[in-house]
Structures are given as structure tokens and as C-alpha cells.
Design a protein around this ligand. Structure first.
Ligand code: NAG
Length: 279
């Protein structure tokens, strides 16, 4: 056998393998590249050479971080491991928000803590021009405190899709032509942990179980930065491509499964006439 003839194909193979391995870790850019601490500095730990951040809530303070920049469309992903123990009234978040104020746009993943009897609720909401009231809640099909899971928002000019581990759990279509609302303002990416009793029917946090710790990884941002030369609805951005204007049939089935098995509440069940709910 002539091994010299194998040399080039093997070299190509190893180079491709190397590329693949690098690609697999590409979401692991350092925290500081895209994000900065926002509040509760003493309760933020930057770990693993800035590949991981831990946000803590204790009786004195919560904490949070935010992106340096604002974005106008994109594929927003974060890997999150939620706080353990009795997390009643503990709220862990990953969300987009325009400049805070009475006319803000906002797109929320909010993890409402619980305990043995009441598992975590993944609460999602959308604000347009300061108006929210678009709550939806589901139970998760895994223990979100045991490991990291992917929580992702797709935002383009046609739809907003919330994903958990790449499974769509919620779709909000752009229905402005039928009279619905849709976020239009550039937004920052934020992540926080805080205590709010709105989520626990007034029951306060169980401070005996504090500190509550949420871990985040995956600080790459695939999104259209604002301001920039590029229009954020440009087809130059992969998340704006035609195939992301709608879920495919496999994703639609997956979404239906989630709704059938895990949906707890949905504002649309009370707003049939709202054009946003007619999809
Ligand atoms: C929503 O869709 C309309 C067309 O139906 C489009 O003109 C508008 O720019 C879209 N909104 C956003 C924020 O992309």
C-alpha cells in the first residue's frame, strides 16, 4: 500500500476535524466581548476564563448583565442553568429590551422559581410600545436546575419564535397588516436574577435557601447591531431568510406537542379577536 497517497486526504480530514471542533465551541466567546455587568456587581462571578457567568440573588441584592450594543433582529441564544432548592419568588431572566421607559419594546424569557409542589414555570411575554399583557406560561419537560439548556429567540420582520433546546415553544407573528402589534425598536440583551412576589401569589422568597445562583454560558451574539450600515431586515442576515419566516411542518408539530402537554396559560385564550392571536 502506498501511504504517501493517503497523506493529502488525511491532512484535509484533520483540518476539517479541527474546524469542526472550533465551530462547536464558537458560541463560547468571552463574556466581555459582548456583555457588561449591569447591577449587583458584588453578586456576579465571571468564571472559566469568561466563558461562564454566575448571577446571584441574596437577601441584599440580585444582579444582572446586559449587552454593550442594541440589535434590530437576530438569533439570540443563551445557555442557562437555573438556581436549585426552594426558589419560590425567585425570577431568573433572559430578555431583550429597548431603552427603558413608558414606550419600550421587550421580549421576555422569565423563569419563575418554585419548589417540590410547584415546579419552575417558563413565563414569556412581549411588550410593544410599553404595552405587555401577552403572557404565556409552560412547564418544562426536564429539570432546568440540573444542567444547561438552550433558550433562544428568533426575531425577524415576520415572526418572533421562542425556542427551548431548539424546540419552538411560542410563535408571535408580525400581524401589523391585520392590526396587531410587533416590536420595532432596537433592543439590548439582558439577563437578571431578582425577587418578585407577583410570580408566587405574594409568597416571599425562602431566604434560608439563599444564595440563589443562576449560571449562563454562550456569549456569542448572532444579531443585527444598531446603528449600522445594514438594514436589520436585510436578507444578508441568515435569520431573515425565507425559511425563517415560518416554522416548518416538523417544528409546527413540535410546537403543538408542547402546547398540548405543557401549556399552563396563554393570553390568547382570552383574546380570540386580537389579530395577534389569529394564526
Ligand atoms: C411587519 O410586517 C410589515 C408588512 O406586513 C412590514 O412592513 C413591517 O416592517 C414589519 N415590522 C417589522 C418590525 O419588521
Amino acid at each position: 500500500m502506498d501511504f504517501s497517497r493517503l497523506f493529502f486526504p488525511l491532512l484535509v480530514f484533520f483540518l476539517l476535524a479541527l474546524l469542526y471542533v472550533n465551530g462547536a465551541y464558537e458560541d463560547n466567546v468571552p463574556f466581555e466581548q459582548n456583555y457588561a455587568m449591569l447591577w449587583g456587581q458584588e453578586n456576579i462571578k465571571v468564571l472559566d476564563q469568561s466563558r461562564e457567568v454566575q448571577l446571584t440573588l441574596d437577601q441584599h441584592s440580585g444582579s444582572g448583565f446586559e449587552s454593550w450594543h442594541q440589535y434590530g433582529s437576530g438569533w439570540f441564544n443563551m445557555r442557562v442553568k437555573l438556581p436549585k432548592k426552594d426558589t419560590t419568588a425567585v425570577i431568573t431572566t433572559f430578555y431583550l429590551q429597548s431603552d427603558d421607559g413608558p414606550t419600550r419594546d421587550e421580549i421576555d424569557f422569565e423563569f419563575l422559581g418554585g419548589n417540590m409542589e410547584h415546579p419552575y414555570i417558563l413565563h414569556t411575554n412581549i411588550f410593544t410600545n410599553g404595552q405587555g399583557g401577552r403572557e404565556q406560561g409552560i412547564h418544562l419537560w426536564f429539570d432546568p436546575t440540573a444542567d444547561f439548556h438552550d433558550y433562544t429567540l428568533l426575531w425577524n420582520q415576520k415572526q418572533l419564535v421562542f425556542f427551548v433546546d431548539n424546540i419552538p415553544i411560542r410563535v408571535f407573528k408580525n400581524t401589523t397588516q391585520k392590526g396587531g402589534k410587533f416590536p420595532t425598536q432596537a433592543m439590548k440583551i439582558l439577563a437578571t436574577i431578582w425577587s418578585g412576589t407577583w410570580a408566587s401569589h405574594g409568597v416571599p422568597a425562602n431566604w434560608n435557601d439563599a444564595p440563589f445562583e443562576a449560571n449562563y454560558i454562550g456569549f456569542r451574539v448572532n444579531a443585527c447591531q444598531v446603528p449600522s450600515n445594514q438594514q436589520c431586515d436585510s436578507s444578508m442576515f441568515w435569520w431573515n431568510a425565507h425559511k425563517f419566516w415560518d416554522l416548518n411542518s416538523r417544528q409546527k408539530r413540535a410546537l403543538n406537542n408542547v402546547r398540548t402537554q405543557f401549556l399552563l396559560y396563554d393570553y390568547c385564550t382570552k383574546s380570540f379577536h386580537n389579530p395577534e392571536c389569529q394564526n
